[in-house]
Design a protein around this ligand. Structure first.
Ligand code: ZN
Length: 123
């Protein structure tokens, strides 16, 4: 008698849990995507990527020619930044110089152009 009661209780519990799972899958309409379930920092990054922004520098940096018309873009949160230029591909020494806000500056060794661009840090 006690065994049959226990079996009925277990069967009822199983039925309830199965319908509960089926109900939750029906209301959520399947497995949620990354965009639907992302929260916090990940959500902000995904929303920014949709708008074409890269606030956390997650994407590969663009390459620039380094000429006067297409200078290397250097993001900066201040007014100046220390830049290292590998003037030639095989060089073992790096030429360091300060890049200031304003006009594009040239590397003192090879003459490549660098432009400082103000970059807002996301909070
Ligand atoms: Zn250089």
């Amino acid at each position: 008698m006690a065994g049959q009661l226990l079996l009925r209780t277990c069967a009822a519990t199983l039925r309830l849990s199965r319908t509960g799972i089926a109900r939750s899958m029906a209301t959520m309409k399947g497995i949620p995507t990354d965009e639907e379930q992302a929260t916090g920092l990940e959500r902000r990054a995904l929303e920014a990527l949709k708008l074409g922004k890269d606030p956390y520098s997650m994407l590969k940096p663009k390459s620039y020619a380094g000429t006067k018309d297409d200078p290397h873009i250097v993001p900066c949160i201040g007014q100046k930044r220390l830049v290292g230029c590998l003037c030639e591909e095989d060089n073992t020494a790096i030429v360091w110089f300060w890049l200031h806000e304003g006009k594009a500056q040239r590397c003192p060794s090879c003459g490549s152009h660098y432009q400082l661009v103000h970059h807002e840090l996301p909070h």
